[in-house]
Design a protein around this ligand. Structure first.
Ligand SMILES: Nc1ncnc2c1ncn2[C@@H]1O[C@H](COP(=O)(O)OP(=O)(O)OP(=O)(O)O)[C@@H](O)[C@H]1O
Length: 218
């Protein structure tokens, strides 16, 4: 199994003491599988994604990535896995303003020591970014910026892609186009995808859907 989360518990301090946001969440994701994560605002979707990414540690339970327990890794080991094997895409594009689109696409792959100019060029082409590679983020539309963010993540060839409402900032048609490109490329690379979305319409385009409510997945 690519990603295996077992009995995840996460609590945060609330007005009346510790509040369990995730209360025994388990999920597994196979290579090539795409999973939508839905749930009301505040149900813990982003919290779960953060734990799956190894950006925070659960209070209970384990996250296994390709059989490796993220909880058993130190900060350096976690950082290495995050750089090379886990791709994150957020609603905010988080592009580096002083770098061109092409440089932004290559940035994380360079940092991970995996820069492949041919793969970057192919991604840019597939995502319709080829004419825009020399432009800086301020000169790109929202949809173009998000496609750069998608390409930047895929450039690393991560095993797992965790996306938090990646099209939430885009109009419906642009969001659909970005998602279609992303799903196509995820399928081709054989990565697994977990995508948080509020949209049942978008969730229906993924292979599985899990709904988070009252700290549990259904
Ligand atoms: N660092 C934190 N400290 C305290 N409480 C937190 C922290 N992070 C999240 N929470 C709480 O955990 C709950 C779940 O938050 P989370 O952001 O995971 O929800 P979500 O389902 O992603 O919501 P949304 O759809 O609005 O983005 C919320 O009640 C939030 O206030």
């Amino acid at each position: 199994m690519l990603l295996d989360a077992r009995d995840i518990v996460k609590t945060f301090p609330g007005d009346a003491g510790l509040v369990p946001v995730l209360d025994g969440v388990s999920l597994s994701l196979a290579a090539g599988e795409t999973m939508a994560l839905t749930g009301e605002s505040g149900s813990g979707k982003s919290t779960l994604l953060t734990l799956l990414a190894g950006l925070d540690r659960p209070d209970g339970g384990t996250v296994l990535l390709e059989g490796r327990d993220l909880g058993a890794l130190g900060e350096a080991g976690l950082a290495r896995i995050r750089r090379g094997r886990i791709g994150l895409i957020f609603q905010q594009f988080n592009l580096v303003p002083s770098l061109s689109a092409g440089q932004n696409i290559a940035l994380q792959a360079r940092l991970a020591g995996r820069h492949d100019p041919d793969w970057c060029a192919a991604l840019a082409c597939r995502l319709g970014l080829a004419p825009h590679l020399g432009k800086y983020p301020e000169a790109l539309s929202g949809g173009q910026q998000q496609r750069v963010a998608v390409a930047r993540t895929l450039a690393v060839r991560p095993q797992v892609i965790l996306a938090d409402e990646p099209t939430g900032n885009l109009d419906e048609a642009t969001g659909d186009a970005v998602l279609a490109g992303m799903l196509e490329l995820v399928a081709e690379t054989g990565a697994g995808l977990v995508m948080v979305t509020h949209s049942p319409r978008l969730a229906a385009r993924l292979s599985r859907r899990l709904h988070l409510a009252r700290g549990r997945l259904a």
